[in-house]
Ligand binder design. Structure first.
Ligand SMILES: Nc1ncnc2c1ncn2[C@@H]1O[C@H](COP(=O)(O)OP(=O)(O)OP(=O)(O)O)[C@@H](O)[C@H]1O
Ligand SMILES: [Mg+2]
Length: 259
């Protein structure tokens, strides 16, 4: 079986009140996607289309109103105790701003080691070495492990965020706008790193971005979201070259191309 994740008919509305008692449209409106083992699904759509909500529902951080998230054949909402802990090990987030997941008072190496400690990976003596291996894996000089997050560049900080995500040897990474805060040249380096990791470690990912030009390079498949729904989904090549939906065509037209 090559299927790793299946999302079925997910619906989510936030209980925010709009003026005059109006209800906001649902953040997710019957969303279904599949991610195969070792493959990357690019999830693209404009701001507010529901991408992060979908990512958070898959991670178990937001509870959907209805529908199911099925990881490796098991429904995630039904997990508790050890099974839930095992799921958390197998599915890891990478966020736009790793500041949120790194303790500002700790040297970044300690934050990565904390992930190993938290999942009880290796012996305490092993873990020091594994932190350095992870730094090496994401292309960071191990000497940087002793620095505070504020004393790293944005790109270095995102590499630390990726190292922390890799600590538990996950099978699926949910990367929510992981390069959006970075300069163009640094974006390209981080995208290359993510592609190398997919090749070398066989880790699957959902790559969330508002930029179709970014997902084109990293994704095997693309899902286009618009106002809480997936309006188009298919292999990257097909979506880029033969878009079926008007909204996808609008996104394509917005990609800056060298002339
Ligand atoms: N915690 C929340 N409470 C209330 N409404 C929310 C919450 N989180 C998201 N929303 C609303 O749900 C909709 C989808 O938001 P979501 O963050 O999933 O979009 P997104 O596609 O990730 O956007 P962006 O590209 O700006 O990150 C938006 O209308 C947003 O305002
Ligand atoms: Mg978002």
């Amino acid at each position: 079986m090559t299927e790793l994740l299946r999302v079925e008919h997910l619906r989510k509305s936030y209980a925010t009140a709009l003026p005059w008692g109006r209800k906001p449209p649902p953040a997710l409106n019957d969303v279904s996607v599949v991610v195969e083992r070792g493959k990357t699904l690019g999830l693209v759509g404009e701001s507010g289309s529901g991408k992060s909500t979908l990512g958070r529902c898959i991670l178990g951080l937001t509870r959907p109103d209805s529908g199911a998230v099925i990881f490796d054949g098991v429904e995630v909402q039904a997990l508790s105790g050890r099974a839930l802990a095992a799921f958390r090990r197998r599915v890891q987030p990478v966020f736009q701003d790793p500041f949120g997941s790194l303790d500002p008072r700790w040297p970044v190496g300690r934050s990565v080691r904390e992930s190993l400690d938290c999942f009880g990976i290796g012996t305490p003596a092993d873990r020091e070495r594994r932190v350095l291996d992870l730094f090496d894996r994401v292309g960071l000089n191990p000497a940087l492990a002793g620095r505070l997050p504020t004393h790293l560049s944005g790109g270095q900080r995102q590499r630390v965020g990726i190292a922390a995500a890799l600590a538990s040897e996950p099978e699926l990474i949910i990367a929510d706008e992981p390069v959006s805060a970075l300069d163009m040249s640094v974006q390209a380096q981080i995208l290359n790193l993510l592609m190398d990791l997919q090749q070398d470690l066989g880790v699957a990912s959902i790559f969330i971005t508002h930029d179709l030009g970014v997902v084109e390079h990293v994704s095997d498949n693309i899902a286009v979201m618009y106002r809480g729904s997936i309006v188009e989904m298919g292999e990257t090549e097909a979506v880029m070259n033969h878009p079926q939906h008007d909204y996808t065509r609008t996104l394509l037209a917005a990609i800056p191309r060298p002339r």
